[in-house]
Design a protein around this ligand. Sequence first.
Ligand code: GRF
Length: 209
Amino acid sequence: MSEPAAVVVLVSGSGTNLQALIDACADPAYGARVVAVGADRDGIEGLARAERAGIPTFHLKVKDFDTREEWDAAMAGAVAAYDPDIVVLAGFMKLVGSTFLALYGGKVVNTHPALSPSFPGMHGPAEALAYGVKVTGATLFVVDPGVDTGPIVAQRAVEVAPDDTVETLHERIKIAERGMLVDSIGAMAREGFVVEGRHVRIGGLDPLD
Ligand code: GRF
């Protein structure tokens, strides 16, 4: 069996998506390994989850840099130290910039709690609820310079219940999101993937090595 794909995960919060990936990686057949976890802040459960799993961590705060560009370059450098095959933004509440994408463009995926192209940005579950949609969900996409606009890897649908609050809806979306993330990253790691315009094709390729 070839080496597992090296995955760096960036987080900003509770890290339940990260935990799902860490748990999946415990199975050697999964085909991926979380080699480091980074964040834009400290004191978060996401970093604590990584530490408990013995995974190296780092955090870089925007406010500790003179410019956003310098922060972006530092983030890119910190990630590069782990030479990842895939970078997963899992609840990472910052946009990565041009230096980061120049290094990792096409290999960075982000998970978003809405069905793209609906409700991009920070408030997907709240905006879906306010709009009155009956179905929303989660989207995994390859990051481009826009806000939640990149080519779509996978989507999972979640029905909106009449009595949903933002919290109950987001919690159900997150269950779907974790399954989507684990299934997709495993498939990408084992089967390889390529971005062709708006389309992401998994499989039929050499596995990542
Ligand atoms: C996820 O729903 C993610 O899409 C959104 O914030 C949530 C992060 O959850 N941006 P967690 O930190 O993985 O628990």
